[in-house]
Write a protein that binds this ligand. Structure first.
Ligand SMILES: Nc1ncnc2c1ncn2[C@@H]1O[C@H](COP(=O)(O)OP(=O)(O)O)[C@@H](O)[C@H]1O
Ligand SMILES: [Mg+2]
Length: 361
């Protein structure tokens, strides 16, 4: 899968820019705050429907403009795609792919697969469980859009249950709570099973990669908040009902996929607690490359890789390893320093200065 061109109108600090990309390495360089990440952000939007940096679409519209327009051409082994996106300052974002209106995020997920690796991800191992949940949720949704539908339904019901728990009195009638628990249980079971399967698959790839990068043993465990022998709707419902007294006492939804986590082990030690910074970085790199390889194994297409400013964060061995892995695949690399990336005749250079892109400089 590869992207051949991007046009930006009033997007971030770009007024009117068209960029043609190489199907292999695209190296986007320039000083800080010139617009390098903005380009990756635009690409990412077409895959995930939202920015990796903000939830607010209006921040993406150029200061002083009322709307932004983006156009992306991309290709897989079957077809060519033209995608259009428009954002209006006080309205909703619209997306079309080959003239089909994309009305749901789960529809968008069927098209462009992207794996992004940015400096914030280096916190994945150390950071909060919610960052790790977001990583697995976005990875699974890209492959199985139905997962995203379950997730959205689950969270809608969870909001209702949470607000009920806030107002419910101790010893009060639990009938309404049971109604929400029943609704949650079905999606909860589905999501738990999908997470479990995905983490096992991801781990199989990541083990090999971590061995190659640093000759270390690697493992990823799913840590569900609800521990039951058999994960199905009935069992989850019974679990929630059994624990409802405690939830009422704490006025909060204490059990469910909103409290799940993953644990990463390097040489049998929990990397969050015992890993060095270098180990935590390689672990994240392994997980990201594993994600790309897993997508390839399921879809038969390699996703597009976006590497935002991470070359300076990796040591020479890891950079060399990464360069070998991305050979012959489409990758976008941003950097302030071109020396960090070994240019080959497959590399296309873009120099970015104040919202202008100069090709091949
Ligand atoms: N909505 C916007 N309108 C105009 N300029 C913006 C907008 N959002 C961000 N910028 C500008 O974009 C620049 C940052 O771009 P970015 O791609 O993050 O830089 P870098 O090259 O360091 O990756 C800053 O100069 C910032 O002021
Ligand atoms: Mg940047």
């Amino acid at each position: 899968m590869y992207i051949s061109s991007l046009s930006l109108m009033n997007f971030r600090n770009y007024e009117n820019q068209k960029i043609r990309f190489s199907p292999y390495t695209n190296l986007i360089y320039g000083d800080n705050a010139q617009g390098k990440t903005n380009i990756l952000e635009a690409l990412y939007l077409f895959s995930q429907g939202r920015s990796h940096r903000t939830k607010l679409d209006r921040e993406l519209i150029k200061f002083g403009a009322d709307s932004a327009r983006l156009k992306l051409k991309f290709h897989d082994s079957d077809r060519d795609y033209t995608a259009l996106m428009q954002m209006v300052r006080n309205g909703r974002k619209t997306i079309n792919i080959n003239h089909i209106p994309i009305t749901k995020l789960s529809m968008l997920m069927n098209y462009l697969n992207i794996v992004m690796f940015s400096p914030e991800d280096l916190n994945l191992i150390k950071g909060s469980p919610s960052a790790r949940r977001q990583f697995i949720d976005s990875a699974i949704s890209q492959l199985y859009p139905a997962y995203l539908i379950s997730l959205t339904e689950y969270h809608k019901a969870l909001v209702q249950k949470s607000s009920l728990l806030k107002s419910i009195k101790r010893g009060a009638d639990k009938t309404m709570l049971s109604v929400w628990n029943e609704q949650l249980a079905k999606n909860c079971a589905r999501i738990m099973n999908e997470r479990h399967a995905f983490i096992n698959e991801l781990c199989t790839f990541a083990k090999v990669i971590q061995k190659e990068i640093s000759n270390e043993d690697f493992d990823v465990h799913y840590v569900p908040s609800i521990r039951v022998d058999k994960v199905d709707a009935d069992t989850i419902f019974n679990f929630l009902e059994l624990h409802s007294r405690r939830e009422i006492e704490f006025k909060s939804a204490l059990y469910g996929i909103q409290r799940d986590d993953i644990n990463v082990f390097i040489n049998n030690n929990n990397a969050r607690i015992y890993g060095s910074q270098g180990q935590q970085r390689s672990a994240t790199l392994s997980l990201k490359i594993a994600q790309a390889e897993y997508i390839h194994s399921v879809k038969g297409e390699y996703p597009v890789l976006l590497l935002d400013d991470i070359m300076s964060e990796l040591d020479i061995n890891r950079r060399t390893y990464l360069a070998e892995k991305i050979k012959n695949k489409q990758v976008f690399i941003t950097s302030t320093d071109t020396d960090l990336v070994k240019s080959t005749d497959q590399t296309k250079l873009f120099y970015v200065k104040q919202g202008q892109v100069y090709e091949g400089e």
